[in-house]
Design a protein around this ligand. Structure first.
Ligand code: EPS
Length: 371
């Protein structure tokens, strides 16, 4: 199986299956001298993990990181950083009844068509378990971006099913079981999710992530556009069906006079472009929204075929997420951070001598819209 690596100067390779002995990643190209310790991965891994609320899969993994290489006396050495997490709570018998068939809406069928062989336990390599290692690699990128450039990356869930936030309070996000920016709506969402789970169905979600303090100039036209690479990175996450940068598809119905972000010496007057022009960061916040489909592993029976091509009915039992988008905030943050760090290193390599060219317009003026 190829294509398990992404990034150019900072590259990440992930490996492992959901029910195999371990999952892991190799981060190559991280500059030397970054302080790094296994405990630093804990917070983001917990944010992504299953079993931390009743609204997610109840599989309970410790997600303890082992740093196998690339760090000596607490700092990165510039050599490949290999990280490993052992799987401790796989329950493969849950998959006994779908070994011979294909869940409708799942990669079961396409993996089978492509490889002619598959590890059906927990979805094998196609499982969202793989995203654990993206989050781990993202911890390194977030830290480097924050220390070297003051870049911060923060996400939230911006829609669950048909429910959208009524207000926006950044301080509400991390204490919410839904990464939701309006604390007042959490009881309503709990009721919504409880009813959904009882019905045996699942629902989609939208996740929005914003990177602040991204310097103007990061990104490479023509085929290495920052937005192009972000779209590819986001689409590589399990269950993602759509990516928007800034206004995204809403731009279709806008006029040029409305969409353009007018510039003053004091700052941009809006951010419809999502911080990227011509594939290059403008110095405004980079705003990415990602659409997650409803999980296909559900209790409601669905028509399918078995390996012999005979009609059958599939019901997926086990420990599944009724809304996989809820746990996706740290994954989207990680992918954004990894793409930004790669682009930062590439910018430094080619244009490090250019420096800041006047006029340097500060980011978006306070009060201007991100959306
Ligand atoms: C997943 C199915 C479930 C989730 C898993 C993602 O796996 P299992 O049936 O083995 O419990 O628990 O999520 C994780 C284990 C994780 O760490 O994210 C799937 O089909 O994608």
């Amino acid at each position: 199986m190829s294509s398990n690596t992404f990034g150019k100067l900072l590259s990440v390779t992930t490996f492992g299956e959901s029910h195999g002995p371990a999952i892991g990643c190799v981060i190559d190209g991280c500059p030397p001298g970054l302080a790094l310790d296994a405990g630093e991965f804990r917070a983001d891994l917990e944010r992504r993990a299953t079993g931390r609320s009743r609204h997610t899969s109840q599989r309970r993994e410790a997600d303890d990181i082992e740093i196998l290489s690339g760090v000596y006396e607490g700092v990165t050495t510039g050599t490949p950083i290999a990280l490993l997490i052992r799987n401790t709570d796989a329950r493969s018998k849950d998959y006994g009844n779908i070994l011979e068939t294909f869940r409708p809406g799942h990669a079961d069928y396409t993996y089978w068509q492509k490889y002619g062989v598959r590890d059906p336990r927990g979805g094998g390599r196609s499982s969202a378990r793989e995203t654990t290692m993206r989050v781990a690699a993202g911890v390194v990128a977030k830290k480097w971006l924050a220390e070297r450039h003051g870049v911060t990356v923060q996400g939230h869930v911006s829609q669950i099913g048909e429910v959208v936030p009524r207000g926006f309070d950044a301080s509400a996000i991390e204490s919410s079981p839904f990464f939701w920016p309006d604390a007042g709506q959490v009881p309503e969402l709990e009721t919504y999710m409880d009813a959904l789970r009882k019905s045996g169905d699942s629902v989609g979600a939208r996740v929005t992530v914003i990177a602040d303090n991204v310097p103007a100039g990061w990104g490479e036209p023509i085929y290495g556009k920052l937005d192009g690479e972000l779209a590819a990175a986001m689409m590589s996450i399990n269950a993602v069906k759509g990516v928007e940068i800034g206004d995204g598809f809403a731009a279709v119905a806008q006029r040029g006079s409305q969409h353009r972000d007018e510039m003053t010496a004091d700052g941009f007057l809006s951010n419809h472009a999502g911080g990227i022009l011509g594939g290059i960061a403008s110095g405004q916040p980079v705003v990415v929204s990602v659409a997650f489909k409803p999980t296909s592993s559900i209790l409601i029976p669905g028509r399918s075929v078995d390996r012999a091509g005979e009609a059958t009915e599939v019901v997926t039992k086990g420990r599944h997420d009724p809304c996989v988008g809820i746990r996706a905030v740290p994954i989207v943050e990680a992918m954004l951070a990894l793409v930004l760090m790669d682009q930062a290193l590439r910018h430094r390599a080619q244009c490090g001598d250019v420096g800041a060219v006047p006029p340097r317009i500060p980011g978006t003026l306070q009060g201007a819209s991100h959306d």
